[in-house]
Design a protein around this ligand. Structure first.
Ligand code: G6P
Length: 367
């Protein structure tokens, strides 16, 4: 088993380190000569050009990818996107518009609720694109189009590399939809793709800093509550960061849209409560910073997560983590890595079963 882990102590840490390659392989499968080529998925440019609405449906971390997808697709391609957790979608009798498409995101391709959501969409004659990691899985087989992610087998229950490749799928879908709908010039497409191709190296750069995160994580291993806050894409990152933390470290954690804090959650902030502010989006930086100041005055201990250059964060945050600069749409791919490492190192510091957290399954194939 030690050999399978390639020298790493846990599969999760191994898979965290496999992210540059997983991301690169997924980009490589669909970016050809400076263009997005989705022909392997069966999805045509004609189909993408006709889309007026997209419903993204998934569970767990894949749902958080959907949240990122919503922000990216709406802002880049101007197509309205609704995101649902599959167990809600399947029972709420959703209204599915004409010229729409359902996108099911699933690492395993076997999640029962996601599969049921797919079947519901098909019954209503809405085409389904699945974003799946496991070749030949039920969701891949039953959908009209399949965009395979190339993460390779993921063993750790807490997903890392599959999540990262699903993000790439969202960017690709967004860029190509925007292009064929006339919202993005060809030159902008090339620039975005060139930047996307730098992500593997930038992820490696974030991984080089892991000792700092390890040190900080061990200080907070006994925390009772941790709050993650952010706005826009940073809120979506917060949701995944919080899930990573709670699922493997058993510390209660919640993600909040930063502006929503004052409507309840702020009453839980006490002296020393850790609040992690995700602030990669330039136009929202000051807004979230003011929420950080608010919680600090209630005694919170602050970790700020932002991009290189935003050093003013140190006036407010007690501990700052920086990730390389990238296109605003792609920041999730970098900012999630320190948060994965945080969850991982807290779990290790507590001596927990990192790869097989209690009560959780890698793939939930029964309702
Ligand atoms: C389980 C896993 C999660 C995963 C979710 C959806 O709860 O523990 O890590 O995000 O299922 O799985 P899927 O295979 O559909 O992506």
């Amino acid at each position: 088993a030690a050999a399978e882990k390639g020298g790493y102590e846990h599969f999760m840490l191994k898979e965290i380190h496999e992210q540059p390659k997983a991301v690169q392989d997924t980009i490589g499968a669909y970016v050809k000569d400076g263009h997005v080529d989705l022909s392997e998925t069966g999805l045509t440019d004609e189909k993408l050009a006709s889309l007026k609405r997209i419903y993204i449906v998934a569970c767990g971390s894949a749902y958080h990818v959907g949240m990122v997808g919503k922000y990216v697709i709406e802002s880049m391609a101007g197509i309205p996107v609704e995101v649902d957790v599959a167990s809600e979608f399947r029972y709420r009798n959703p209204i599915l518009a004409e010229d729409s498409m359902v996108v099911i995101i699933s690492q395993s391709g076997e999640t029962a609720d996601s599969l049921a959501a797919l079947r519901l969409a098909k019954e209503r004659n809405v085409p389904v694109l699945s974003v799946v990691n496991v070749v030949g899985s039920s969701i891949a087989r039953e959908s009209d189009y399949t965009l395979y992610t190339y993460a390779g087998p993921e063993i750790s229950v807490a997903t890392t590399k599959a999540y990262s490749t699903q993000l790439i799928a969202m960017y690709l879908l967004s860029i190509q939809s925007a292009f064929v709908q006339g919202k993005l010039e060809e030159s902008c497409v090339s620039e975005l793709l060139a930047e996307m191709e730098t992500l593997p190296d930038k992820i490696s750069k974030v991984l080089d800093d892991k000792e700092r995160i390890q040190w900080f994580a061990s200080k907070y291993a006994n925390a009772h509550d941790i709050f993650f806050i952010g706005r826009g894409i940073d809120y979506a990152i917060s949701m995944e960061g919080s899930l990573k933390m709670k699922e493997i470290s058993y510390i209660h954690s919640e993600a909040y849209a930063a502006g929503e804090l004052k409507h309840g959650t702020i009453s839980l902030v006490e002296d020393g409560t850790l609040v992690i502010g995700v602030m990669t989006q330039k136009d929202l930086f000051e807004k979230t910073l003011s929420n950080m100041v608010e919680v600090k005055s209630r005694g919170a201990y602050l970790m700020g997560l932002t991009s290189y250059g935003n050093y003013s964060i140190e006036d407010t945050a007690d501990f700052s983590v920086y990730v390389p600069k990238t296109e605003k749409y792609f920041t999730t791919s970098l900012a999630i890595v320190p948060l994965q490492l945080m969850g991982y190192y807290v779990s290790v510091a507590k001596g927990l079963d990192v790869d097989k957290p209690r009560n959780l399954a890698k793939s939930v194939t029964v309702e």
